[in-house]
Write a protein that binds this ligand. Structure first.
Ligand SMILES: Cc1cc2nc3c(=O)[nH]c(=O)nc-3n(C[C@H](O)[C@H](O)[C@H](O)COP(=O)(O)O)c2cc1C
Length: 355
């Protein structure tokens, strides 16, 4: 029996399979996004860590490598957010993702141009708010997911959100295979979104030394949540840096935050005034405490140490717990095809039992 994997997600995003490669800072670069699209999935460029001056070039590069639709992720508080929206519109990018909702005006502008707005949320109340703000679909990331994460496991969060919103819901956090895709579809999701699994592919730009750390981890408990990086809960592989930061006193953390703040300023091209204004906006929006504001620049710059420079002991290793169950680095084409084939087999078996 042939099982159709088409859903509201494949229809709206124009991809073959309901499989999304999520934005990952420094990792979701043009090559990975294009490989995902060419394989029938849908990839998001990590707009929050791509240098503003390189953003248009990155979009054009994806288009050069693939004629499939793709998306761009951005952070509403990053100084070039407006410029990214301009580029999205100018280059006919299919979708945008974000974790903090842009204002209604920006969302309306994107939607009027046919751009699909699909935020990622980690809690029910944020899903409801995102839909009120105009989201076309929502990706829900359960606590087992990588990077900044909430505390509710995927299976619970997905059920909660499916019961509460009327837009298609995509499940994220803890997926790697056809078993997971079949389960998510059976629960009512429109597809799955994966970060860690795509980080561990052949088209991932992450240096070998760092990838080895991801391959070596075998215990889901060794991929834990800590606030030591930027004050917000973030899931990552336990390493030397994390232990050091957790043991460091306040002066050392402050020194690190200031040092990384300056490095981030150089990378993002932000003036000091702009940086202070961004920090102030985050504080007044109630998003961050004073200490978190100071630490906010830590995350992107320390992550870069592992993801770009190839120093897994010196950088943060954001990861979902699923890394403990992954032991290969397939190409995106192999990965997506085997997920789709396996999900189809499993769903066909269930359908056979039902008939
Ligand atoms: C290395 C890494 C970097 C990430 N960076 C970002 C980011 O910049 N912006 C974002 O919204 N989410 C980020 N995330 C979260 C992912 O987009 C995604 O929601 C998450 O990885 C899903 O869970 P999984 O890892 O179990 O698949 C990151 C995750 C990882 C593993």
């Amino acid at each position: 029996m042939a099982i159709d994997l088409g859903t509201a997600l494949t229809e709206r995003l124009g991809c073959r399979y309901p499989i999304v490669q999520t934005a990952m800072g420094w990792v979701a670069e043009p090559r990975l996004v294009a490989a995902t699209g060419n394989a029938g999935g849908f990839g998001f460029l990590a707009g929050a860590t791509i240098e503003p001056a390189r953003m248009e070039e990155a979009i054009v590069e994806v288009k050069r490598l693939s004629d499939r639709p793709f998306g761009v992720n951005f952070h509403m508080y990053q100084p070039n957010a407006e410029h990214i929206v301009e580029l999205v519109l100018r280059h006919g990018v299919r979708a945008v993702s974000y974790s903090r909702s842009p204002g209604k005006q920006m969302i309306t502008r994107l939607k009027d141009a046919g751009v699909v707005c699909m935020p990622t949320v980690g809690a029910l109340k944020h899903a409801v708010k995102a839909v009120q703000m105009g989201a076309d679909m929502v990706t829900v990331q359960g606590g087992e997911g990588g990077g900044h994460t909430g505390s509710v496991p995927t299976a619970l969060l997905l059920g909660q959100v499916l019961d509460s919103v009327q837009v298609p819901v995509i499940a994220a956090g803890g997926f790697k295979d056809g078993r997971g895709l079949a389960a998510a579809l059976a629960m009512g999701a429109a597809g799955i979104a994966m970060g860690t699994r795509f980080l561990m592919t052949r088209e991932s730009p992450v240096p070998q030394a760092t990838l080895q750390r991801y391959l070596q981890v075998r215990e889901p408990d060794a991929i834990r949540v800590s606030r030591a990086i930027d004050g917000m809960p973030q899931r990552m592989i336990d390493n030397e840096l994390l232990v050091h930061l957790e043991q460091a006193g306040a002066p050392r953390r402050l020194w690190l935050a200031l040092k990384n703040g300056l490095a981030y300023r150089r990378h993002s091209g932000m003036g000091l005034g702009q940086m202070l204004a961004t920090a102030f906006k985050l504080r007044s929006a109630g998003e961050l405490s004073a200490a978190q504001t100071l630490m906010a620049a830590n995350a992107p710059m320390i992550i870069q140490q592992a993801m770009v420079e190839g120093h897994p002991e010196r950088g943060v290793l954001p990861s979902g717990q699923i890394a403990a169950l992954i032991d290969d680095l397939p190409s995106c084409a192999e990965l997506i095809q085997r997920i789709a084939d396996d999900a189809q087999l499993r769903l066909a078996e269930l359908a056979r039992r039902a008939s």
